[in-house]
Every structure is written in structure tokens, then in C-alpha cells.
Design a protein around this ligand. Structure first.
Ligand code: HEC
Length: 70
């Protein structure tokens, strides 16, 4: 999934830099997830989540669909 696993764990596999994405569909709304993908987190500059605002809208919808099922 677009290199998310470099920093996030999903189903037990992946990096440690960011929080695990397991169960993320229960913890965050689609709107919050979308926001997370679009905007850098300024408050957490040294280990922030990269912005994915370059994605096509159709790709973003697919990604949000996947995340909601986690
Ligand atoms: C370079 C490392 C890196 C990559 C690549 C990355 N993230 Fe993140 N992500 C982070 C970090 C660090 C945080 C925690 C700080 C923050 O919330 O900004 C985070 C936070 C998040 C959160 C909020 C989680 C929570 O429990 O609050 C979500 C959702 C998320 N990332 C999804 C993704 C998705 C989806 C991708 C791939 C499209 C991705 N990330 C790629 C580093 C990364």
C-alpha cells in the first residue's frame, strides 16, 4: 500500500516509526483519515507523516476504502 508499511505496521508487519494501522477503521473516521493523508502534521515535525496530497482522487478513495476495512 504505497509504502505506508515503511513506517506503519499492518497485520503485524511493517515499520515502527508511525503508529500501527491495525483497527484504524474503528479508531478514525473516513474524514479524519482523509485529513491525515492530505496535511502534514506541523506539531510533530521530526517524525511526521508525509503528505499524500499528490494522489489522484480515485486512488485516495481506494486507499480510504482499504483503511476503513482495517
Ligand atoms: C515516513 C514514515 C511514514 C509513512 C511512509 C507513512 N506514515 Fe502515516 N504516520 C507516520 C507517523 C510518524 C505518524 C504519527 C504522527 C502523526 O500522526 O502525524 C503517522 C500517523 C498516521 C495515521 C494516524 C494514526 C493514529 O493512530 O493517529 C494514519 C491513519 C496514517 N499515518 C496513515 C498512513 C498511510 C495510509 C500511509 C500510506 C499512504 C502512511 N501513513 C505513510 C509516518 C508515516
Amino acid at each position: 500500500m504505497l509504502g505506508c508499511r515503511a513506517c506503519h505496521r499492518l497485520s503485524g508487519k511493517g515499520g515502527q516509526l508511525g503508529p500501527s494501522l491495525s483497527g484504524i477503521g474503528q479508531r478514525m473516521t473516513r474524514r479524519d483519515l482523509r485529513q491525515k493523508l492530505m496535511v502534514h502534521n506541523e506539531a510533530n515535525a521530526e517524525r511526521h507523516m508525509p503528505s499524500y496530497d499528490y494522489l489522484f482522487e480515485s486512488e485516495r478513495q481506494q486507499l480510504l476504502d482499504r483503511l476503513e476495512q482495517q
